[in-house]
Design a protein around this ligand. Structure first.
Ligand SMILES: Nc1ncnc2c1ncn2[C@@H]1O[C@H](COP(=O)(O)OP(=O)(O)OP(=O)(O)O)[C@@H](O)[C@H]1O
Ligand SMILES: Nc1ccn([C@H]2C[C@H](O)[C@@H](COP(=O)(O)O)O2)c(=O)n1
Length: 680
């Protein structure tokens, strides 16, 4: 989840030419989080299907559970919420990460429900304004105190003021005003919580919007979902909403969550930039999400769009061959999230593209106008910007620069800039895992679409390198990954980190389940040469022989292997992965197109390890090393769970008398012999 996530590795995307294929979108974040809260606030049970599984929805589910609401997993993408109003737990401290779709609506619901809570988030959440919402809630009797800067989270919510204690001396107001110009989430939060207020007063509540309402389509999502839960709000244009006196949420039984239309924008862009066709399942012309209108944007830029009830198909020029999209000058007030995708596409246009009325970008996950401006310039684009606008000039072939793109812990920055892969230099995305906020599987899905790969393989290619300790797996894996421009997974490091964490926190290494919990909760990040365990660089520490030996012991536990399995698979992303360990080819990536079993005579290995340890400043005795390696090999080979054995289809490479360069060459040649070419 976002509050524990540390910036991860970088991802190199090689230049791409064509994109085509089919994607089933993950559930809409906006619908998922609204539906979760509405289901929690009504009487009866609701099953939500197609629910998004991402950082932001996990934040919402965790908060609801903390508040005593029963939320049960009911199969893939499905949860069952047993609504309970008011929430049973009346006091608590909620950490809501950077999830605006959780923070704002929960602030409103909790402050009108009664109870004492503290709500906080990541530092960026504390820079995102909430004053307009708090002011409105106070007129309804809410007691909210800022714990930091006035107008911003964190907040303390106190007990509701009694009806007669309103600050105006009368009952809580039946009319509330809220500004519409900063974030539409304020109005959404008030609307969703309004039935709690009318249940108290017994009178209708009138909500008036001051100023122009931004991102209006998101309000339509709110109103339509409230209607599904039995509350119909009367609207007078965008400026006046009346919640009836008898408003009370009722469980609809089942809600099917549409695919995420903002996420669809990246795949529409893929079709528009890489020829297509790209078929996007899960949203279509019947969608209730405003961002589906991004199809009009790509169409105006020259793409061909076919709209169906629940899918959209996009084809377009092949920009990598020099074909261009049409430039635009557009107001993006209604679709600010998808608008970011247009800004990235602008690099491939036939003239400057201007995005207007995007002031809300300033208060999103990051200041997106600043971030977009800065990162587009790194790629060679000329960019201009103002308080609420951005102009991007197209990048010609000779202007493109190879760049490493910072993503500002903003999922949309990472996803937008993946589109820079259609430039001639490719692109590096820093901290690509920030996409977990809305679409953890984005990069594998993106990679599958590129250069005619769609459908040809289930996931990006993996070269596995398994073998005994000190056979050179890690060294060779890094060098091969470097030559191919791929990512690398040192799976042994995860077992070593588990061992180190067990050692450091005093866990009993014989207690399988306790060790598995440590493995499950490992807080690790790989950053270049650094291996961070809870933020501390332990790259050298985990290389110690005793840590390796403990790693080998705990690696024999089935629950530990299970706990680390998906974490390892998550490293698989385009354009490819080189993974080293003991069971990479047999268990973790059994479909890898190339599997290497790297061996070397035990004496050669002991000598290499001894030299390596001494270079890192640790003492080493050859005889001891020989003995401990033999024991480790034996344990790794004979354990019941995922033993060290060559996969049936592995190629054995003996590096005893090869240099590192020679070993790398053997692997790259094997890869090329499969019909794949090393890049550069
Ligand atoms: N031909 C070779 N191939 C690979 N590594 C070699 C070779 N010759 C010497 N080495 C050295 O062997 C040492 C051990 O390599 P490395 O740490 O990559 O092994 P490993 O198999 O990943 O070990 P472990 O499984 O214990 O992590 C390194 O210092 C590396 O430079
Ligand atoms: N895929 C893996 C990787 C490692 N292990 C275990 C066995 C090793 O002895 C230990 C340390 O690994 P190394 O860093 O030496 O590669 O971790 C495993 O069981 N499966």
């Amino acid at each position: 989840m976002s509050h524990t996530r540390k910036p991860s590795r970088s991802l190199n995307l090689a230049p791409a030419t064509r994109a085509s294929g089919r994607i089933r979108l993950p559930g809409s974040k906006s619908i998922s989080n609204r539906a979760l809260l509405l289901a929690a606030m009504c009487s009866g049970a609701t099953t939500l299907e197609g629910l998004l599984d991402s950082d932001d929805t996990r934040v919402m589910i965790a908060a609801l559970r903390q508040l005593g609401v029963q939320v049960d997993e009911a199969g893939e993408g499905r949860v069952r919420v047993q609504g309970q109003y008011p929430f049973p737990i009346k006091e608590g401290t909620l950490f809501l990460g950077n999830a605006g779709t959780a923070f704002r609506p929960l602030t409103a619901a909790l402050s009108l429900m009664g109870g004492r809570y503290e709500l906080s988030g990541v530092p960026r959440m504390h820079e995102r304004p909430i004053g307009d919402l708090v002011d409105a809630l106070r007129t309804l009797g809410a007691d909210i105190v800022y714990l930091g800067r006035e107008g911003y989270p964190p907040l303390r919510i106190g007990a509701l003021r009694a009806m007669e204690e309103n600050k105006n001396g009368g009952a809580p107001s039946d009319r509330v005003r809220v500004r519409g110009t900063v974030s539409s989430q304020f109005l959404t939060a008030l609307l969703m919580a309004a039935p709690l207020h009318v249940a108290r007063t017994g009178r209708p509540l009138v909500i008036e919007v001051e100023g122009d309402l931004i991102s209006r389509p998101y309000i339509l999502i709110t109103l339509r979902l409230m209607a599904r839960f039995g509350v119909n709000v009367a609207c007078d244009g965008d400026s006046r909403f009346v919640v009836p006196a008898d408003a009370a949420y009722r469980a609809p039984g089942r809600i099917a969550v549409e695919g995420d239309a903002s996420t669809a924008s990246y795949f529409m862009a893929l079709g528009a930039l890489g020829g297509g066709p790209v078929v996007i399942d899960g949203v279509g012309q019947d969608s209730i999400q405003g961002d589906v209108a991004f199809a009009d944007v790509v169409q105006a830029m020259g793409a061909t769009v076919v709209r169906r009830a629940e899918s959209i198909e996009v084809s377009g020029p092949v920009v990598a061959r020099g074909e261009r999209l049409r430039a635009f000058d557009r107001d993006f007030n209604l679709i600010p999230d998808a608008a970011m995708t247009a800004a990235a596409m602008a690099m491939y246009a036939d003239g400057p593209c201007t995005l207007r009325n995007i002031g809300s970008w300033r208060v999103k996950e990051t200041d997106r106008i600043h971030a977009m401006h800065t990162e587009l310039e790194k790629l060679g684009a000329r960019v201009e910007s103002g308080p609420d606008w951005l102009r991007v000039h197209p990048v010609t072939a000779d202007q493109w620069r190879a760049a490493s793109i910072a993503t500002y812990d903003d999922h949309r920055m990472a996803m937008c800039f993946s589109l820079a892969a259609f430039g001639p230099k490719g692109v590096t995305i820093e901290d690509p895992d920030c996409v977990g906020k809305t679409f953890p599987g984005y990069f594998p899905a993106f990679g599958d679409m590129l250069d005619g790969n769609a459908g040809a393989r289930a996931a990006p290619p993996v070269i596995t390198i398994d073998g005994p300790t000190a056979s050179g797996k890690g060294t060779i894996a890094h060098r091969v990954a470097q030559a191919l421009g791929w990512s690398v997974l040192d799976s042994g490091a995860l077992y070593r980190l588990t061992a180190l964490a067990v050692q450091q926190n005093g866990t009993n290494p014989d207690d399988e389940m306790a060790v598995a919990r440590v493995a499950q909760e490992l807080d690790v990040a790989f950053q270049g040469e650094q291996v961070l365990l809870e933020g501390r660089d332990v790259a050298a520490l985990i290389r110690q022989e005793q840590v390796g030996n403990l790693a080998s012991r705990v690696a024999a536990y089935g629950p530990v292997r299970q706990a680390l399995l998906e974490r390892q698979r998550a490293f698989r992303m385009a354009p490819g992965l080189v993974a080293d360990g003991r069971d990479m080819g047999t268990v973790v990536f059994p479909d890898a197109p190339l599997k290497i079993f790297l061996v070397a005579d035990v004496r050669a290995r002991a000598e290499r390890r001894s030299k390596q340890l001494k270079e890192k400043g640790f003492s080493a005795n050859l005889a001891d090393l020989l003995e401990s390696m033999r024991a480790r090999d034996e344990r790794d080979r004979t354990r019941a769970n995922a033993p060290l054995v060559a996969a049936a289809d592995a190629r054995t490479v003996d590096s005893s008398s090869l240099t590192i360069d020679e070993t790398v060459r053997v692997v790259l040649d094997l890869w090329s012999s499969l019909g794949f070419q090393p890049q550069e």
